[in-house]
Write a protein that binds this ligand. Structure first.
Ligand code: TXA
Ligand code: MG
Length: 403
């Protein structure tokens, strides 16, 4: 077979692919060996030429995000969010395949990897062909992935129909592969996009609502609504006390800075409090440790939630705004209520006298603080059912705007 140089004749390359031929194509990662993804015979040829084991599935190159719903089913919101960020670009997303994808492409499995490459010549090919391209890296199995057309010529001259020379691959490193076909989502191959960055994106793509407000305003009802909407609720205070009790980075750091101040297995902070009470430097050091560790733990909880397909979470923190945690959130919501209603709720809930309830409420931030600092304020000035409904409407609106 004579291998043609299709560099200056992209339509001929597209025509060759339509007719079941094999063409090596440039991408931003490494060169690929492409065939029509719907043509079983052509795909079999790719395995043959590469000497690739038949158990190893091929990914499909597509021209845009629209291909996801055409080729795959049960596409989670995270897939579209990641495609919005990275496509065209070096991320391959594994999803549940529809029946239209030949068995040989999936190597008998139920999933398929989709990749939308970022190279001007290849994008012309994809636009002209109108079908996905099954395209592994353009090297014989076991050899190094090629980053120039010269390497491809050396590997496959006389064995494939043609080669498009698109210059040296800009990234020179394979795409990162993430499996979103089942939970927990998993990175199957770390390539041009780092795992750390992908994890950050999975968290950032969720809707995270920070919820704050004084005692007796109705925060509990608001958090209940989040759970009804399928969201995860993270209680900052609970995380802080858990980290104080359980062995780990936070206890280690506190023990190092304040030896003997923590009792084993206890979240009693009396001794710590006495040390930092009159020593601003010590207080700042303690706050730095706890903010860092509580923040890390909340991030880990959010990542677990995102990897399990979660799309909504709420962070419940008294000092949401002051601590900077609000900055992690898509939106912050302050729950407020008229003073009279708060006093009554508090007296009833905690079975305390009016003066004491008033003292506690007056020691907290006024409604105005939340009105000025939160993205939305939810005023709880009617019945419980009305407030519940108000929260639901507002949270659903935040979710909609972020989807
Ligand atoms: O950057 C890249 O991804 C390059 C360029 C050419 O697009 N392609 C590439 O393809 O590296 P390949 O076939 O050499 O590597 C893709 C890897 C293989 O290890 C394959 O087994 C795995 O992705 N893979 C493909 N589809 C899969 C699926 N449905 N489930 C799990 N792994 C899959
Ligand atoms: Mg490869």
């Amino acid at each position: 077979m004579i291998t043609k140089d299709f560099t200056n004749d992209i339509p001929a390359a597209a025509e060759t692919l339509k007719n079941g031929g094999l063409v090596a194509v440039p991408t931003e990662t490494v060169y690929g060996l492409a065939a029509c993804g719907f043509d079983e015979k052509a795909v079999a040829e790719v395995y043959e030429v590469k000497g690739r084991p038949e158990k190893k599935p091929l990914s499909l190159m597509v021209s845009s995000k629209d291909a996801m719903d055409m080729l795959c089913e049960n596409v989670p919101p995270a897939a579209k969010k990641l495609a919005d960020i990275y496509w065209p670009g070096p991320l391959t997303i594994v999803l549940k395949a529809k029946d239209c994808i030949p068995d040989i492409v999936r190597a008998g499995g139920s999933t398929v990897g989709l990749r939308c490459p970022d190279h001007p010549l290849l994008r012309v090919v994809l636009d002209e062909t109108n079908f996905p391209l099954a395209a592994p890296s353009a090297n014989p199995s076991g050899e190094k992935s090629p980053v120039t057309a010269e390497e491809v010529w050396r590997y496959f001259d006389g064995k494939i129909d043609g080669i498009i020379d698109g210059g040296k691959c800009t990234l020179g490193k394979e795409s990162t592969l993430i499996d979103l076909s089942k939970t927990p989502y998993a990175v199957l191959r770390e390539g041009a996009v780092s795992i750390t960055e992908l994890n950050m994106m999975l968290v950032a793509n969720m809707t995270i609502i920070g919820i704050t407000g004084g005692t007796g305003c109705g925060k509990t009802t608001a958090l209940q609504v989040i759970e009804e909407l399928g969201g995860l609720v993270i209680d900052c205070d609970e995380v802080y006390h858990r980290l104080l009790r359980e062995p780990g980075a936070m206890r280690d750091a506190i023990n190092e800075r304040f030896p003997g101040a923590l009792k084993p297995g206890s979240d009693d902070t009396k001794a710590l409090g006495e040390i930092v009470f009159s020593d601003p430097t010590a207080l700042a050091a303690l706050n730095k440790i706890t903010h860092q560790c509580v923040g890390d733990e909340m991030n880990a909880m959010l990542l677990r939630w995102a990897r399990n397909g979660g799309t909504l979470a709420a962070i419940d923190a008294i000092a949401l705004i002051e601590s900077g945690v609000g900055a992690m959130c898509t939106a912050t919501a302050g729950i407020t209520a008229p003073r009279k209603a708060r006093v009554q709720r508090l007296m009833k809930r905690e079975d305390i006298a009016r003066e004491y309830a008033e003292l506690r409420i007056d020691a907290q931030k006024p409604n105005l603080f939340f009105e000025e600092n939160c993205d939305v304020c939810i005023l709880n000035d009617g019945t419980q059912a009305e407030f519940h409904e108000k929260c639901r409407t507002i949270f659903e609106d935040i979710l909609r705007r972020n989807s």
